[in-house]
Design a protein around this ligand. Structure first.
Ligand SMILES: *Cc1c(COP(=O)(O)O)cnc(C)c1O
Length: 395
């Protein structure tokens, strides 16, 4: 595996800030597949935010936040839940709650968001060391590898003690893969053997639940804590929610405050979160369908220039590979994002499709509520146009 994941921030900077590639600029249709974080709150959500009952949430007096936390705990099948500003803070708080003793070790996948996209917050802020196990293509681990990495020979002074196992569901970098329920059960049995808690980075937990057609609580019965993003496919402008036992959440409330996440009249945000968990879950199915349609289209119309494994598209994230010497992943993305006079002359329209190279020759595209079935067809047309032009070019 290439270490090219390190390239994402540089590419990301270009795509977020490059003047020619802003989502809002220009007269052309923009289809933004960079991430589901770009989804914007709709009219119903904005109306609910505008009329939310609020109070000071640091005093525990915001009725809308309290309602969101009550409903999220029910959704998770857990004792309690806590509203936090971001998924990154939700994961960090969870790690700090579980790894209360300074200098212990958590086990995490080598491609996990916690490990590669959160600035090493566990080490930087919480004093927790990470031990990585290799993520398999479906986002799981080899259970033997997991077990052989658990340190239980404490108090040998050479080693620290394992204090947590972290899972990610759906798995972002592995292409929105859904962790199979039997895998979760096996990890649970192993964790119980060594008396370890399990934290699930469930930024896209509801995508997993929709794909498996089970309640979220069926997935979480195998976990001690979870962090769910409200601001991705669920459409809220801001916010994540963590769940766990009552004593876990009591500790989390204190940690949220010291990390600067104690918000006051946060009910205006929680009102959006309530709509996210009640009205925005079922529609995730559409995103999954659109991602699959796009993958099938690539397979049909863009092979072998682009390579895709349709069977691995389980949710709203699609990975595909540029399999040609005629363009780098970066150049391919640039062409998808710009409109030439030639395109307008030949197709009668201009379509800008924004997406990222994620590592090496692999591109990531993510579906969300602002990308319709029609947008998906237009994006596919654009991809065919770009592939045809690149194929005509002599190398
Ligand atoms: C987006 C994401 C997070 C963090 O969420 P932020 O709200 O952006 O901090 C955590 N884990 C995974 C898997 C994610 O995709």
């Amino acid at each position: 595996m290439r270490s090219g994941l390190l390239r994402l921030p540089a590419a990301g900077r270009r795509w977020y800030r490059g003047s020619g590639h802003r989502a809002e600029a220009g007269p052309h249709r923009v289809i933004d597949l960079r991430s589901d974080t770009v989804s914007r709150p709709g009219a119903a959500m904005r109306a609910a935010m505008g009329s939310a009952a609020v109070g000071d949430d640091v005093y525990g007096e915001d009725p809308t936040v309290n309602e969101l936390q009550r409903r999220a705990a029910q959704l998770f099948g857990m004792e309690a839940a806590l509203f936090v500003p971001t998924g990154t803070m939700g994961n960090l708080i969870s790690v700090m709650c579980h790894c209360w003793e300074r200098g212990t070790e958590l086990i995490v996948g080598d491609r996990a968001h916690i490990h590669i996209f959160e600035q090493g917050g566990g080490a930087q802020i919480a004093g927790v060391h990470s031990r990585v196990v290799k993520n398999l293509p479906d986002g799981t681990f080899d259970l033997n590898e997991l077990e052989s990495n658990i340190r239980h020979d404490y108090p040998d002074p050479h080693v620290t003690r394992t204090s947590l196992i972290c899972l990610e569901n759906t798995h972002n970098v592995k292409g929105g893969r859904v962790l199979p329920l039997p895998f979760l059960q096996e990890v649970r049995e192993l964790a119980d053997t060594y008396k370890l808690p399990i934290h699930m980075d469930g930024a896209r937990l509801m995508n997993a639940a929709v794909a498996l057609r089970v309640p979220a609580s069926d997935i979480l019965q195998h976990c001690d804590s979870v962090s769910l993003c409200l601001s991705k496919g669920l459409g809220s402008p801001v916010g994540s929610i963590i769940g766990g036992r009552k004593d876990f959440i009591e500790r989390a409330v204190r940690l949220r405050k010291v990390l600067g996440g104690g918000m006051r009249q946060a009910g205006v945000l929680a009102a959006a979160g309530l709509i996210s968990i009640s009205d925005m879950v079922d529609r995730l199915e559409e995103d999954h369908r659109n991602a699959r349609t796009f993958a099938q289209g690539i397979k049909m119309y863009a092979t072998p220039f682009c390579e895709v494994d349709v069977d691995t598209v389980e949710t709203n994230i699609l990975l595909f590979t540029i399999n040609s010497p005629r363009a780098t992943a970066e150049e391919f993305c640039r062409r998808m994002g710009e409109v030439s006079e030639e395109e307008v002359a030949e197709t009668g329209r201009g379509v800008r499709v924004l997406l990222f190279p994620i590592y090496g020759h692999i591109l990531r595209a993510v579906w969300h509520l602002d990308v319709s079935e029609e947008d998906t067809r237009l994006a596919l047309g654009k991809l065919q146009f770009v592939v045809n032009k690149l194929e005509q070019r002599s190398t």
